[in-house]
Design a protein around this ligand. Structure first.
Ligand SMILES: Cc1cc2nc3c(=O)[nH]c(=O)nc-3n(C[C@H](O)[C@H](O)[C@H](O)COP(=O)(O)OP(=O)(O)OC[C@H]3O[C@@H](n4cnc5c(N)ncnc54)[C@H](O)[C@@H]3O)c2cc1C
Length: 386
């Protein structure tokens, strides 16, 4: 039996950040990761928004960012809306090396990292987790911990095992491919596309520099049909031109939790990152939110000594830090989802207007009857006003 103060399940951005934070607080910390190599396979488009960096509680050195992003372009129905300014700036990462760097910070802080170790069940006493059973390199491993952080990602099984009501109603999918030798890989703008080809989701082009680019479609797609959507997307004339001569590389697809963020504490357990839908919709921005929430989870887990009334403090810190942004994102997504499934002829233009910050949530309904030309004029006028 392995004993520790804080057990972290999963060593993605949320888990690594939680383990680092708990270890820095002096807690004996163990983090288990089911994969052999941290950060692999990559399931990400690898873009991050610079606006969140101020909330990350430690400095991320510039060399951890691969490529700078100066803004975003939104395309729908022949319209292109280019947004620049600090809110729209960001970076592209190499997620594998980024996640490995985060794990190295946890190890430097004193956390013990066990790879190829898969958590499978929990022994509970009421709401309190006494031990976690894991399979570590084909051997059974029992881990006793005072507090547990479940950071096992969008397909989290441990949250349910530990008694959380996290039944997923809306799990979307993202189909993503990395291309090399693509001219558009050297652009400094991320692009989002909405239209009939995407129906209940969006297409994206996220450049990484050096001719490398992540291209994908994401949203409320049935997993079995999403590849067809992707193929339709890359066959669009604009995309074909961008990808002329480019070579397809690795696939980076994965599930995306589209539900709102649930209560993330129970007994001596905290859920962090995608395990608790702590990400921004609809474009599933979850890397930095996972680092921010993971850090708070690790700190509270260590400070609480496993006492449920002190574990509950996580919710207060989450609310004070990202709560408003999560609530706004969840409300916006609920409206986008309604529009995706509606028969409103200009729905993709409305969602584009909302995503690009040129329309407010409250005005969407009143604009549903407007024709496409009028709405395009309104969006262009607002864009030019700045
Ligand atoms: C295709 C795609 C594109 C995306 N693009 C972006 C983007 O451009 N920008 C952005 O910010 N976000 C993006 N996201 C979202 C982002 O990847 C996630 O929000 C982020 O990875 C969440 O971090 P996490 O640590 O919570 O979960 P994860 O990164 O999923 O990490 C969870 C870890 O737990 C491990 N694990 C799972 N179960 C167990 C278990 N039982 N025992 C032990 N270990 C376990 C997993 O192996 C994994 O390493 C994208 C997601 C997808 C699917």
């Amino acid at each position: 039996m392995l004993e520790c103060d804080v057990l972290v399940i999963g060593c993605g951005p949320a888990g690594a950040a939680a383990a680092r934070a708990a270890a820095l607080k002096g807690a004996k910390t163990v983090v288990i990761e089911k994969n052999r190599t941290i950060g692999v396979p990559v399931r990400c488009a690898e873009g991050i928004g610079a606006y969140l960096l101020g909330k990350v509680p430690f400095r991320i050195p510039r060399n951890k960012f691969r490529w700078s992003i100066k803004g975003m372009r939104f395309y729908s129905d022949g319209l292109c809306l280019e947004r620049t300014g600090s809110f729209w700036e960001g970076f592209t990462l190499d997620r594998d090396t980024f996640d490995q760097w985060l794990a190295s910070l946890a190890a430097e802080a004193g956390a013990q990292i066990l790879t190829e170790t898969n958590a499978v069940s929990a022994e509970m006493h009421g709401d309190i987790v006494r031990t976690i059973e894991a399979v570590s390199k084909d051997r059974k491993l029992t881990i006793a911990a005072k507090s547990v952080v479940a950071a096992d990602g969008p397909s989290s099984t441990m949250a349910e095992v530990m008694g959380f009501d996290v039944k997923r109603r809306n799990v979307g999918h993202v189909y993503s491919i990395e291309y090399s030798s693509a001219g558009c890989g050297n652009d400094h703008f991320e692009e989002i596309y909405l239209g009939d080809f995407t129906s209940v989701g969006y297409g994206y082009v996220f450049p990484k520099g050096g001719g490398v680019v992540n291209i994908g479609v994401g949203g409320e797609f049935d997993e079995t049909r999403i590849r067809e959507r992707f193929e339709e997307f890359v066959e669009m004339p604009g995309l074909r031109k961008k990808l002329a001569g480019a070579r397809q590389g690795i696939e980076k697809s994965g599930p995306c939790p589209l539900d709102g963020y649930p209560k993330a504490v129970k007994g001596n357990v905290i859920l962090a990152g995608d395990a608790a839908n702590q990400n921004f919709k609809p474009f599933l921005e979850g890397v930095l939110p996972a680092v921010i929430c993971g850090t708070m989870a690790g700190e509270v887990a260590a400070e609480s000594n496993g006492m449920p009334e002190r574990i509950a403090e996580f919710e207060n810190r989450l609310d004070a830090s990202l709560g408003e942004l999560f609530a706004a994102s969840d409300a916006a997504y609920a409206e986008m989802s309604r529009l995706f499934h509606s028969k409103v002829p200009i729905k993709h233009l409305l969602i584009t207007g909302l995503s690009s910050g040129l329309l407010q949530l409250e005005e969407l309904k009143s604009l549903e009857e407007v024709d496409a030309t009028t709405l395009k004029k309104l969006l262009t006028a607002r864009l030019n006003r700045g």
